[in-house]
Design a protein around this ligand. Structure first.
Ligand code: TYM
Length: 376
């Protein structure tokens, strides 16, 4: 599962590195691009398109058109997404969750959210079960802080809630061969057997609504594209179990503050965690990789490159809502009219403002976290 060539693009549910080529991922994963026509279809229900759609941060899908067609004819859908609690939540995780909340609000639909404390225990050698369970609780606070509706949000903590997952996981596992799993996930002889079974558990929430309520509706999964391999195997067996194939809408990765790959909790120095204090945020942003030149004089003369700049990407993804101002920043950067230090200072201020608010909401979430726990 580990690819040795450091420059090569690697995108798996457990590792993302190199320069991510999203067009290539669409081809290799066999997903569909999110076309303007489909965006218009979404806008029919949501009104103005969400910024993440306007900016093509969500760029690919599977069966979103089918889900919207069904919706038009009166069949609702449920949302499903999740988190592998291996540590704190970083602002990259918030990207698909913010969009999921938008969908929950606009379509007035349920969200099933899976906390995979089992997955992280199984795949991370050094993590103890007690730790992943604790991170699951901590991560739920971040989710709740984003404003999800308690009456429409159902968090599943895998270890605690295995009783409602296990029968369906068995149905799934029985229908996926080792050869398919190996080809999809790259399992090796040294892979522990918990990991080999694990994809069956991540498949289950696609069908949990039907199981718990008897209402057979499709699930739509907003997530970054690294999770797609799970849905490939799940889609293959869904109809055999009498359910709809789960649909997906895939987003790009918020990059880390270093070069290439995605923001990843396993690289804390290039990630901004939701609980980071202001000084630490400033320091991390100050050390970020940018598209700047060696000296201020050179940059003023020849301009910089926002396309490779992590700082600019953070404005695009989360920290500049005004698209005119965003294009202005891009133009000035290319023209050498703004230096990296200025962009970094503005970004640090915005991130810290956002985090101060988020941290308050996260504290308040402690009082209501139980309301979000899935009921039997
Ligand atoms: P995890 O914890 O790796 O990631 C949680 C969610 O965040 C997305 N993500 C990112 N999005 C944008 N930029 C980034 N830098 C970035 N890093 C991570 C992931 O795609 C994911 O949507 N096995 C899963 C947990 C899970 C799950 C699911 C995720 C269970 N069921 C259903 C999505 C949908 C995991 O470890 O996610």
């Amino acid at each position: 599962m580990v690819n040795e060539d450091k420059n090569e693009m690697v995108v798996t549910p457990w590792e993302v590195r190199g320069k991510v080529d999203y067009e290539r991922l669409i081809r290799e994963f066999g997903t569909q691009p999110l076309t303007d026509e489909l965006l218009q279809k979404i806008a029919k229900y949501t009104g103005k398109l969400h910024l993440q759609l306007q900016r093509k941060l969500f760029f690919s899908h599977r069966d979103l058109d089918t889900v919207l067609d069904l919706y038009e004819k009166g069949t609702k859908f449920v949302l499903y997404t999740g988190r592998g609690p291996s540590g704190g939540v970083h602002i990259g995780h918030l990207v698909p969750w913010i969009f999921t909340k938008h969908l929950q609000d606009k379509f007035d639909t349920r969200l099933y959210f899976q906390m995979t404390d089992d997955e992280k225990f199984i795949i991370e050698d050094e993590l103890k079960l007690e730790q992943t369970r604790n991170f699951a609780y901590e991560n739920a606070l971040d989710l709740i802080a984003l404003g999800f509706k308690p009456e429409n949000t159902f968090i599943i903590y895998d270890v605690q809630d295995i009783d409602i997952l296990y029968d369906l996981a068995l149905e799934v596992a029985k229908r996926i061969t080792y050869s398919t799993a190996k080809a999809t996930f790259g399992f090796q002889d040294s892979t522990n057997i918990g990991w080999v079974f694990w994809p069956a558990i991540q498949a289950v929430p696609c069908f949990i609504h039907a199981k718990l309520t008897g209402e057979n509706v499709p699930a739509l999964i907003p997530a970054a594209i690294d999770q797609d391999p799970y849905w490939r195997v799940t889609r293959d067996i869904a109809q055999k179990l009498g359910y709809y194939k789960p649909a997906q809408i895939h987003c790009r990765f918020l990059p880390g503050l270093g070069i290439g790959g995605k923001m990843s909790a396993s690289q804390p120095e290039t990630s901004i965690f939701t609980t980071d204090p202001p000084e630490l945020v400033k320091r991390k942003i100050w050390n970020a990789f940018t598209g700047g030149k060696g000296t201020a004089a050179e940059q003023k003369k020849t301009g910089a490159d926002p396309n490779i700049c992590t700082i600019f990407q953070y404005f695009v993804y989360l920290f500049e809502e005004d698209t005119e101002k965003l294009t202005g920043r891009e133009r000035k950067c290319k023209a050498g009219e703004v230096l990296c230090g200025e962009c970094k200072a503005v970004l640090a201020e915005r991130v810290n403002k956002f985090l101060a608010e988020h941290q308050k909401k996260r504290e308040k979430a402690k009082n209501i976290v139980q309301e979000f726990h899935i009921k039997r």
